[in-house]
Design a protein around this ligand. Structure first.
Ligand code: AMP
Ligand code: ZN
Length: 493
């Protein structure tokens, strides 16, 4: 029996605005699509937060025994400035400024993205498709949407006809926007006069001579619209209807709204069963964003090389900080908040490190391990409530410390369950790493210092056999002692 058969997950579905029972389309299998980064600059910590929320969700599904196909794309074309249909492609703009090939920009920031996610202990997705690798698929979809009467050609570009679509569908079903309001509020910008209506959006854009990222199509040389790539890649790998589509909250409109419209106009199915949106990371109360400069880079946090922080923080501390907030809550980043998370993380790791040395006993205990374990699952089953899970982990920390102090007990069977459950939630699901934390490296250095003073004592007593033995045996395990005029120092290989 798979674990998922014992657990009913509730997911907050953005399209219904409420928590719903999660039932995958194909039993035991989950199709998950998450909009990936636009690779025109280094990912900032806000981006990392959204991807981390879905990494945790992916990890939990896998823990429960689901077979998950997790598709997270790379946007390497079509995403224009201001998320609009006008302006320069973000990647082409960077390439122009830096005097690089657009694909050099893509390569550079895709590598940065992967390195960053590795540093934060992310699991790789099952498929990581690129927009430029799916131009053919996008052209085919556009042809069919035109045939179905929901898109039109204008001056070498193809636009999605929102009003026509809305006659038989509900444009605004996800974001709650009303078509009348959109019509009032969408201004016609210069150069957008090709559109029948300003709220129409581009499926394909004619490439002006200066637009260097360009592909041939039945409508001339051009490039695909940003929204279409996700429809093409999600459908190709997960089917016309799949379980979960995720992304940051800022993508709900227009990006995800347009994805629904494109899919329905193309194959007449609602493409996604559960829409999940992760909330924003803020800095000084404002959304972290590449464009405004109000952001912090992962490398700056790890090194501490920024005036926003008093010191550097390990990736696991940052991960713990993020997991202390629910993925649907806004989280504000600050030095104080990270310092507090570091303390909490340390406390958790210290407790886990003494866990193997605890001994079981038959004496009575007032901590019910199986009820606690169930509460950990309940927290995750309730729309992935990691802050509640972490509160449960801290009640476990308290219990571990009581057992250590001899004020509480655990029997052998419970000890095994307790250890396995903690490992699963802390390392497999939250994705934290028990790095050799400051306190454990302090302990190692204290231990070596102790051996050095014992060796000095032996030398004073002219017990050279013992003093040599200490030095040689330390050397065997890779710890070199060096006698200098200021005393003995050591180095670890
Ligand atoms: P982009 O590369 O701009 O397309 O963004 C990649 C992902 O990061 C998207 O899912 C965005 O919604 C998400 N994102 C952007 N800014 C933030 C932020 N401040 N906090 C959380 N997620 C963000
Ligand atoms: Zn997308």
């Amino acid at each position: 029996m798979k674990l998922f058969e014992e657990h009913q997950i509730e997911i907050y579905n953005s399209i219904s605005g409420k928590k719903e029972h999660f039932t995958p389309i194909n039993e035991g299998h989950i199709g998950l699509y998450v909009c990936g980064p636009t690779v025109y600059s280094n990912v900032h910590l806000g981006n990392v937060r959204t991807f981390m929320s879905f990494d945790m969700i992916f990890r939990y599904f896998k823990h429960l025994g689901y077979k998950v196909r997790y598709v997270r794309n790379i946007t390497d074309a079509g995403h224009l400035e201001n998320d609009a249909d006008q302006g320069e492609d973000r990647i082409a703009k960077k390439a122009r400024i830096e005097q690089l090939e657009p694909m050099e920009v893509v390569q550079m920031y895709t590598v940065d993205f992967h390195n960053t996610l590795n540093a934060f202990n992310f699991l790789p997705p099952s498929i990581e498709p690129t927009a430029t690798g799916h131009i053919v698929e996008q052209i085919e979809i556009i042809k069919e949407i035109i045939d179905n009467g929901f898109a039109y050609e204008a001056n070498g570009s193809i636009y999605f006809d929102v009003l026509k679509y809305n006659e038989s569908n509900n444009y605004g079903i996800l974001s709650g926007r009303k078509i009348e309001d959109l019509m009032h509020n969408t201004r016609t910008l210069d150069g957008q006069s090709d559109k029948k209506n300003p709220q129409d959006f581009a499926l394909w854009k004619k490439a002006e001579p200066e637009h260097i990222m360009r592909w041939p199509s039945p409508w001339g040389i051009g490039f695909p619209g940003w929204h279409l790539e996700c429809t093409a890649m999600s459908t190709k790998y997960l089917g016309e209807q799949f379980d979960i589509h995720g992304g940051g909250l800022d993508l709900k409109f227009p990006h995800h709204e347009c994805e629904i419209a494109q899919a329905k106009a193309w194959h007449n199915h609602n493409p996604v069963k559960y829409w999940m949106h992760a909330n924003m990371l803020t800095l000084n109360g404002q959304k972290m964003a590449k464009s405004t400069g109000n952001n912090i880079l992962p490398a700056e946090i790890i090194s501490g090389d920024t005036d926003k922080l008093s010191k550097g923080f390990s990736p696991s501390v940052v991960r713990f900080f993020m997991m202390q907030a629910h993925y649907r809550s806004i989280l504000d980043f600050s030095n104080d908040a990270l310092l507090a998370s570091e303390k909490g993380f340390q406390k958790l790791m210290d407790a886990l490190n003494i866990l193997p040395s605890l001994t079981a006993s038959k004496a009575s205990s007032d901590f019910d391990v199986s009820a606690w374990k169930q509460r950990c699952y309940n927290a995750m089953n309730d729309d992935f409530n990691t802050p509640i899970l972490i509160a449960e982990l801290f009640s476990a920390v308290k219990y571990i410390n009581q057992i250590k102090d001899g004020t509480n007990n655990i029997d052998a069977e419970d000890l095994e369950t307790f250890q396995q459950t903690l490992d699963a939630f802390v390392f497999d699901i939250l994705g934290l790493k028990n790095i050799s934390t400051d306190s454990s490296s302090d302990k190692l250095s204290d231990t070596v210092q102790l051996l050095i003073s014992m060796r000095n004592e032996a030398r004073t007593q002219k017990n050279f056999a013992l003093s040599d033995q200490i030095r040689d045996q330390l050397a065997e395990i890779g710890i070199q002692l060096k006698d200098g005029k200021d005393g003995t120092t050591f180095s670890i290989e």
